[in-house]
Design a protein around this ligand. Structure first.
Ligand SMILES: NC(=O)c1ccc[n+]([C@@H]2O[C@H](COP(=O)([O-])OP(=O)(O)OC[C@H]3O[C@@H](n4cnc5c(N)ncnc54)[C@H](OP(=O)(O)O)[C@@H]3O)[C@@H](O)[C@H]2O)c1
Length: 250
């Protein structure tokens, strides 16, 4: 049986971590358009993004910080929320201090640690904070945005050591979570999602080789991802699912 948005209660509540920009911001808007009640939009600086829209509750959280996640979860709980859907979106590919490695000589411990903190540790720490707030007994989804480049079997190009390895670790952590939650409830689906290449700050420096029809707007990506979430069922539990519904090989 699928666990889609249609199986959630009317006016269901959702939480998007990373809801201020990029795919996460588009997901917040798409969820409101699909009949969600309150949508919590969590990021380090929510005020400039989706936090201003009607029905959207901004939430300040640093997803790499356990105490910050715990405080945000306590705030959501105190507001009486029963969540049907939690989507974790933050990811880190490059910034002022981090460049995707082309070769072994580019590897730096600090870059590996920062990449793992955002791409691998944050999704499972967010699960620790927010999975207990997902509705018990009814259909619910915890999804975390990963990337196809985290697939070990699909890695033919090399490079991007930190991002690839951290996304592979993210997939393993969420797969392990899925095994644990299945022992308590078959109504909760946990998975990672590959959004395809999406025109956001994260991908902008790397879009030159991408065919125009394969570069999605954040709104298109949000539509694809909600369609995937609509079709989730036991076969997708613990897997990495791409924007077109295909399972990404480990
Ligand atoms: N774009 C692509 O082509 C593409 C392809 C494959 C996979 N992905 C994956 O999809 C996900 C979303 O990517 P995107 O392109 O939408 O990224 P983005 O445009 O860089 O947006 C990232 C969002 O996460 C938030 N964020 C970052 N660090 C955070 C932290 N420590 N705590 C809380 N929030 C944090 C940001 O808000 P603040 O900065 O305000 O906190 C922002 O809302 C990532 O996991 C990425 O790896 C993207």
């Amino acid at each position: 049986m699928a666990t889609g948005l249609n199986t959630f209660p009317p006016g269901f509540e959702a939480l998007v971590i990373g809801g201020s920009r990029g795919i996460g911001q588009a997901l917040v808007a798409a969820l409101r358009a699909r009949g969600a009640g309150r949508v919590w939009a969590a990021s380090r600086s929510p005020a400039h993004g989706a936090g201003v829209a009607d029905g959207v509750e901004p939430l300040v959280v640093d997803a790499t910080d356990e105490a910050s996640l715990a405080a945000a979860a306590a705030q959501v709980k105190a507001a009486g929320a029963t969540l049907s859907l939690v989507v974790h979106t933050p990811g880190l590919l490059q910034d002022a201090r981090l460049r995707p490695e082309r070769r072994l000589a580019d590897i730096q411990r600090e870059a590996l640690q920062r990449s793992f903190a955002v791409n691998a540790f944050a999704p499972i720490l967010a699960a620790k904070a927010f999975v207990p707030l997902l509705q018990h007994g009814g259909p619910a989804v915890y999804a975390s945005l990963s990337a196809r480049v985290g697939s070990i079997g699909d890695n033919r190009l090399g490079g991007w050591y930190a991002y690839r390895a951290a996304k592979a670790a993210q997939n393993q952590l969420i797969h392990t979570l899925a095994i644990e939650t299945a022992r308590r409830s078959r109504a909760l689906i946990c998975c990672t999602l590959h959004p395809g290449t999406v025109d956001t700050e994260l991908s902008r420096p790397f879009q030159s080789g991408v065919a125009a029809e394969r570069l999605f707007t954040p709104d298109e990506a949000a539509g694809h991802l909600l369609k995937v979430i609509d079709g989730l069922g036991p076969d997708q539990h613990g897997r990495c699912i791409a924007w077109d519904g295909q399972t990404v090989p480990w």
